[in-house]
Design a binder for this molecule. Structure first.
Ligand SMILES: [Zn+2]
Ligand SMILES: [Zn+2]
Length: 67
């Protein structure tokens, strides 16, 4: 019980965002993540629904669009 509860760490959890719909990806989501095939630096996240709908993603580093 020595941990300070006033730090408010729970409000700043860094969940990854889906590169297609910009929604936060939950840890139990059946998402996929891969590096951008064009520049290789950006990590693309795709949530389960976007993967099934085959939505396009946009790389935030080089604006590459891919299926
Ligand atoms: Zn999505
Ligand atoms: Zn890229």
């Amino acid at each position: 019980m020595m941990f300070a509860e006033s730090r408010g760490m729970s409000s700043t959890i860094s969940l990854p965002k889906c590169s297609c719909c910009n929604r936060h990806i939950m840890p139990n989501d059946k998402c996929v993540k891969f590096n951008c095939p064009n520049c290789g630096t950006d990590l693309i996240w795709r949530c389960e629904s976007c993967r099934e709908a085959a939505r396009k993603y946009v790389c935030s580093s080089c604006n590459f669009q891919g299926p």
